[in-house]
Design a protein around this ligand. Sequence first.
Ligand SMILES: *[C@@H]1O[C@H](CO)[C@@H](O)[C@H](O)[C@H]1NC(C)=O
Ligand SMILES: *[C@@H]1O[C@H](CO)[C@@H](O)[C@H](O)[C@H]1NC(C)=O
Length: 460
Amino acid sequence: MAKTHLLPLLLLLLLKPLPNVYGVGINYGTLGNNLPSPKKVAQLLQSTLIDKVKIYDSNPDILQAFSNTGIDLIVAVENSHVANVSSDVSAADEWLASRVVPFIPATSVVAICIGNEYLTTDDDKLEPNALVQAMQNMHSALVSRGLDRKMKVTTPHSMAVLASSFPPSASTFALNLMPTMTAIAGFLADTGAPFMVNAYPYFAYRANPSTVSLEYALLGNDTHGVHDPKGYSYTNMLDAQIDAIRSAINALGFGNRRIEITVSESGWPSKGGSGDTAATPQNAKTYNSRLIERAQSYKGTPMKPKDKVEIFVFALFNENKKEGDASERNFGIFNGDGSKVYDVDLSCQFCSNGGTVGFSEKVSGGYRGPSVWCVAKPHADEKVLQAVLDFCCGPGGVDCREVYESGDCFQPDKLIAHASYAMNAYYQMHGRNYWNCDFKGTGLVTFGDPSYGRCRYPQQ
Ligand SMILES: *[C@@H]1O[C@H](CO)[C@@H](O)[C@H](O)[C@H]1NC(C)=O
Ligand SMILES: *[C@@H]1O[C@H](CO)[C@@H](O)[C@H](O)[C@H]1NC(C)=O
């Protein structure tokens, strides 16, 4: 009795396409004179678990390089251009038409950030009202082009928008920013865009190394952490920072509206100025490894344990031309030459490279985990499957001879069988990232070898 019930359950578990693995975002800043070309960067990232890349402008070379990579891009209107976009909808549309439209849909642009830390940047020329108006104009321009579902408009804030962040449940925005933050929160709730915050436990720790626990700052599990008067218990500072933002949004009266919080930047430098004992390769490795693990899990914060928080690691590269103290130039996971600053695992369960990602390293082979294949879902839409088959055997570069008439996989002569063969070959070729088996929702990762008779499904 028990056995007959167990079998279907087991199959179901084995066939389920990884319920708990999510991609990770990364910030790709380019203030360096020794960085690889965008094309090389796109190639590197394709073999990792990074599936979202955030940039600080709308560099056409980057937008071009990420076309057809399956990686989502978040682009930005620079602070200096926000006033222009705020002038009217046609200015926003002009930006969109010249900066983004030429690259879509081949490049998947999913969000436009209006400025970066606009409200807390020391520059009298930046007018707070221009920010909100620019966001609204960009959204209107997207609506009129029918692109507003695909692309969200938002703006990343620094933690300095808060008047206080402690305790987390009592946080509020700075008094002078309340009207602007109210307008922004309303806009985000209405358009379904996330509230973005750049959150750095590193800076808080560096300022108070004797009072802040390193384990708490390093995204650890500090059981002595912080006990909020409302009953929440914080074991790491990043959670406390996210909930401080959440409380401040709620205090504006948006407690019953859904506004997702995204950590648009977080990271830890591997090197700092003299006397900076926090910025070490070991601490950077610990923080960023935990951050990446956290980003992949479906995990919220003590206040909202079920609300997954999307995270963008800062940053991809050390940027040698960045201003400020030494730490600013040393937040990267990679050096300009593409070597890793310290070892951090960017592979995913279905990646083939087992963490040996780097520009000079071979990105295939070396994977010793369980065998995995990609097949078509049993009831996948035939039209989509045909398109997938055509894509894989054409631009996708798969050798499809086995499914042609004299091939070993021609029988059964069914679209779903042929598509499965092609999808698997494509998936194996592209490093077995789980998104390489998506195919508009028609693909399924499986641990069972789909090979039969003389038809062999390739494995890396
Ligand atoms: C906005 O920028 C565009 C393109 O750079 C320029 O043609 C236009 O005159 C600017 N508009 C305003 C109001 O500054
Ligand atoms: C943190 O530590 C506590 C006490 O040792 C333990 O019960 C809990 O499971 C740990 N949490 C995580 C996420 O490791």
